[in-house]
Write a protein that binds this ligand. Sequence first.
Ligand code: HEC
Ligand code: HEC
Length: 408
Amino acid sequence: MKLILLFALILSTNAYAQDGDEHNNENGQEQHHKAEKHGDDHEHEGGMHGHGHEDDEDESGDSHGHGGGHGHEGGKHGDGMHGHDHEDDENGDSHGHGGGHGHEGGMHGGGHGMDNIKQYFEPLPASIIDEEKNAALIKLGKILYMDPRLSVNDKISCNSCHGLNNYGVDNEPTSPGHEGKRGGRNSPTTMNAALHIAQFWDGRASDVEAQALGPILNPVEMGMPTKGAVVQKIQAIDEYQVLFAEAFSESKYPFNYNNIGKAIGAFERTLLTPSRFDDFLNGDEDALNKSEKKGLKKFMRMGCANCHNGVAIGGNSYKKIGLVEPYETEDMGRYEVTGLESDKKVFKVPSLRNITKTAPYFHDGSVETLDEAIQLMAKHQLGRDHVGHGMVRDIKAFLGSLTGKDAE
Ligand code: HEC
Ligand code: HEC
């Protein structure tokens, strides 16, 4: 089992090394690379401040006078995090935002008491790919994504493990692929994945275009023997003659392995799932109910938002699992990519969009419920051994507001 996984890893890593950089300027891909990298800016280096609030359990709603613990308030303002923040002017309640953010509270804010929310989060953009200009490419990508003929025995498509009608996952701890074989990791959702700094739990593929080329050749996923075999098989299907010609109209030889990745990647860039939380970030204060708002505050105060932040509420940094309290796992995560000692057990911080729908959790799918995931996070990432039911309930309520509205 381990050997197979290792083999798969090596194989796919190689595939990416060869293919990953092939994205030239066609179809405006370059621009999207940039867009996707912007996640970097949202790294809240601060990391760990924020835990140590022992009052998080309070059910009193708005809390005042937290000043001391919220050391990050002042610091974060004025370091560029505010670039997109002009909406502030509209909240009648935001006082003293100029310059240094004199009041540490952030929690005093007249109405909702969440002045600092935009330091952490950003609403989904309307789009990250020109869908009109790339219509033919996206159409091809979707058909490829759904097509089991991309697998060696015509049984498994991307959609088998990343169901479009199922929030981009299969709800299995690990996924049955070719001949029922399973890798060692849980299938993350393809929804909003294009926004992440990189793909896979360990970030070993640079973007969705590069990522898409891996599973097709992976012996425990779609099991195709070689790139050539994939291209040959697809090229022999009439339907694809037209689709590829349309999608790559400026190219004489539209059939090549990289173009499969380009098309699937373009389609994946359309998989954004705007949620009520986005409405909230865009100024609709009623988009979240009371317990969701309470959960949001706790999510920020407790320190969850130090890692799960930005436009995907995660997906924009790498962090160790067991940062504060060691976590038991054999998966060395990013260490297998970089070979750096400091990358042992380091994983891409997952996006929490649609998280209530994508159980089971963690890189190996070993955590069945969201309650448990929240508790484990509090303990291992923040050193909070004891979080009460109220806390878990509220945070979970907030996380529910991250579910895509279209499918809700
Ligand atoms: C047999 C199940 C299976 C199939 C088939 C499969 N995947 Fe995956 N996918 C996974 C697993 C498992 C991972 C995580 C592996 C890892 O991180 O090492 C993953 C990771 C991903 C990611 C990274 C998401 C993130 O948050 O990092 C994307 C995107 C993705 N797959 C898209 C695809 C596409 C496109 C296809 C079809 C070409 C495909 N997958 C086929 C199981 C599958
Ligand atoms: C120090 C960074 C850090 C902090 C703080 C943190 N997380 Fe995480 N979170 C991670 C990482 C890394 C993972 C992936 C762990 C793994 O799969 O091994 C993760 C995974 C998760 C998952 C599972 C996601 C999935 O798709 O399987 C949930 C849910 C989650 N975190 C919620 C929270 C909550 C709630 C808090 C606050 C109580 C929190 N996290 C605090 C880094 C962090």
